[in-house]
Design a protein around this ligand. Structure first.
Ligand code: G6P
Length: 605
């Protein structure tokens, strides 16, 4: 979603802001803009499309100044056009905004009645128009910003820049994160630490409702109630915020390749050498009556896989929900429930709202997140970091397998807490998890073969994925990955459901990818595959060598995975799911890392 940057620097800021916006590109955007104040005067440049269009514009029409703000916009209200791009301007003030102003219609009507002519179709413009009105009534910048914030409803992060004020930025946070960076005689604001990492490693995160007044020599923060507060700056590990492709063509390729190392590191983080789990205090399922797992997108599919583990290993009833549905359907919650919210970014608006919905109504709220400073992390009773490192590709890959491994560990903990798993059983499962990085590496070695199968998929207009047991949600994830980055229509189905509808779609030009590890459901999945073959459907069978030898004769493509224990099969089979989508996208020439219309961190409903 939208990215925000603000800089009070000692040098020309346009190039610095442009560079910071580049580091925010991964969030997804469709237009961008920068404003500065120079010799007291505000000026801005805005362009539709990729940042290169904005940087070209800046070459022809430079934007001098040592104080400025920048924005990448992911359109919500109003098409991606120059006039809808940020920064928005009204008289002596400009603003960049991430999030949604929910009462913008009321505010727009009120301002229009006052004679305000709007220059854009955005909800954001009401912010700057309100501020200009307050300035016109004689308020100073800080008071005007404050008065404006009091009128806004919704979730947002904002930065204001004022005419005649070359040593002033005002930032505000409600719902969407905003970080303050402290440099050497310079100060910065950014949507996340990734944007600010090249400028400084000293970062303070604003809290809900905070307003920050930044000058080169001072940062003062007030809380929701207007009281002055301290927000401690911490030194971030710069290594964690390195944004490079490490020799890969795309971030997604790098992140897929990183998985053995990520899984190994995360396991070491959560498991002791003596085969006991090292999980935060408060992770205890002995009294849990039911688990409620809530997430969006790929994280939701990780929850669906985990449901099988919690049921099988711990005998725990599990409900899985899509956050946007859960929060609006009056879910029945009891004090015996434990709720787990899963989110890579920790900022997904629907997941966060669902979390707030259950607070105080369930025994405990666990947050399985990748960003430990995120809002979901902060608002959970217990935070379980998946330790995947920054994920830049919009389509989630390493975060998915790291979420799965974290959830598997929680299922083992639940098994222990509930007396369904003894110490030896736990040790055996942990041994299996220790073998996972090696198996994932073996799956990654099939890259060349997968690229050849992808050549076939890249010609298709529809692709079906089938699986049973935990391979069913994995089939959903494989289909989601494919549609996200290749724009090919893809569906995932439980193999057993094939005959109840999707079988009508089987045709010689609709590839059917069957994910069939040799588990107890193998024969049943193979029967469903036969139903496809009998109707001339071209099958890609993914199984181990024995499985392919037994059932693969008629399949058009066979892809061999290592023979793996059931527990880790979802993480291993995730690799061909990801690589199939990746190579198909590369062959179709789509934008792998920033697919159209998608955003990495979805901070609006
Ligand atoms: C977006 C991303 C997906 C992600 C989903 C949930 O749609 O494009 O890759 O799975 O949000 O994001 P979260 O950060 O909550 O895991």
């Amino acid at each position: 979603m939208c990215g925000i940057v603000g800089v009070l620097g000692n040098h020309e800021v346009s190039p610095i802001i442009l560079n910071a916006l580049k580091r925010l590109e991964y969030r997804g955007y469709d237009s961008a803009g920068i404003a500065t104040v120079n010799d007291g005067r505000l000026d801005r440049r805005r362009a539709v499309g990729k940042l290169v269009n904005l940087s070209d514009l800046l070459v022809h029409e430079p934007l001098p100044g040592k104080a400025g703000i920048g924005h990448t916009r992911w359109a919500t209200h109003g098409a991606p056009t120059v006039s809808n791009a940020h920064p928005h301007a009204a008289g002596p003030v400009m603003v960049v905004h991430n999030g949604i102003i929910e009462n913008f219609r009321t505010l727009r009507a009120e301002l229009a009645e006052d004679g305000v002519n709007f220059a854009s179709d955005t909800d954001s413009e009401v912010i700057v128009q309100l501020t200009a009105r307050h300035l016109g009534q004689g308020l100073g910048p800080v008071e005007a910003a404050h008065a404006t914030l009091a009128r806004l409803e919704g979730a947002f992060a904002l930065v204001f820049l004022f005419e005649g004020e070359e040593d002033l930025l005002i930032g505000a946070r409600r719902g969407s994160p905003l970080a303050v960076g402290l440099g050497d005689g310079e100060v910065y604001l950014g949507s996340d630490a990734i944007a600010l990492a090249p400028m400084t490693d000293r970062i303070a995160y604003l809290e809900e409702g905070d307003m920050a007044v930044l000058r080169r020599g001072s940062v003062s923060v007030t809380d929701q109630a207007g009281r002055p507060v301290e927000r401690q700056a911490t030194r971030i590990q710069m290594d964690n915020y390195r944004v490079d492709k490490a020799g890969h063509r795309h971030f997604m390729a790098k992140e897929i390749a990183e998985q053995p190392a990520v899984l190994r590191g995360a396991l070491e983080f959560h498991v002791r050498a003596d085969d006991t789990l090292d999980l935060p205090e408060g992770v205890d399922f002995s009294e849990t009556g039911r688990l409620v797992l809530v997430a969006c997108g790929t994280a939701y599919l990780a929850a669906q896989v985990a449901k099988y583990w919690f049921e099988q290993i711990a005998g725990l009833p599990v409900e899985c929900d899509i956050a946007s549905e859960f929060r609006y359907r009056d879910p029945v919650l009891t004090p015996q429930d434990t709720a787990i919210f899963i989110s890579q970014s920790g900022e997904t608006a629907d997941t966060l709202a669902a979390l707030r919905h259950v607070q105080g109504r369930v025994a405990r709220v666990l947050g399985v997140v990748n960003v430990p400073t995120s809002t979901i992390a902060r608002e959970s009773d217990v935070v379980l970091p998946i330790q995947a490192g920054p994920e830049i590709g919009v389509a989630s890959t390493k975060a998915f397998t790291a979420q799965l491994q974290m959830l598997a560990l929680l299922a083992l903990k639940a098994g222990r807490d509930r007396g369904r798993l003894d110490a030896a059983g736990l040790a055996a499962h942990l041994q299996t998890l220790r073998s996972l990085p090696g198996f994932v590496a073996q799956a990654l070695d099939r890259d060349g073969e997968i690229a050849r199968i992808a050549a076939r998929l890249s010609e298709a207009t529809d692709v079906l994925f089938l699986g049973r047991g935990p391979m069913f949600p994995l089939a959903l994830e494989a289909a989601l990955k494919l549609k996200e980055i290749t724009y090919i229509h893809a569906e995932g189905y439980a193999s057993g459901e094939l005959k109840h509808g999707p079988i009508a779609l089987i045709e010689p030009d609709v590839p059917v990818v069957v994910m069939a590890p040799r588990d107890r459901l193998f024969d049943k999945t193979v029967s469903n595959m036969q139903e496809v073959l009998a109707r001339q459907g071209p099958v890609v069978l993914i199984s181990d060598h024995a499985g392919l030898a037994e059932a693969g004769a008629e399949a058009q493509h066979r892809l061999a995975m290592p023979t793996v224990p059931d527990l880790i099969a979802p993480m291993v089979y995730a690799i061909p799911a990801q690589l199939l989508a990746y190579h198909t996208a590369v062959q179709r020439g789509t934008d792998v890392d920033q697919p159209r219309n998608l955003a990495k961190s979805v901070t609006v409903e």
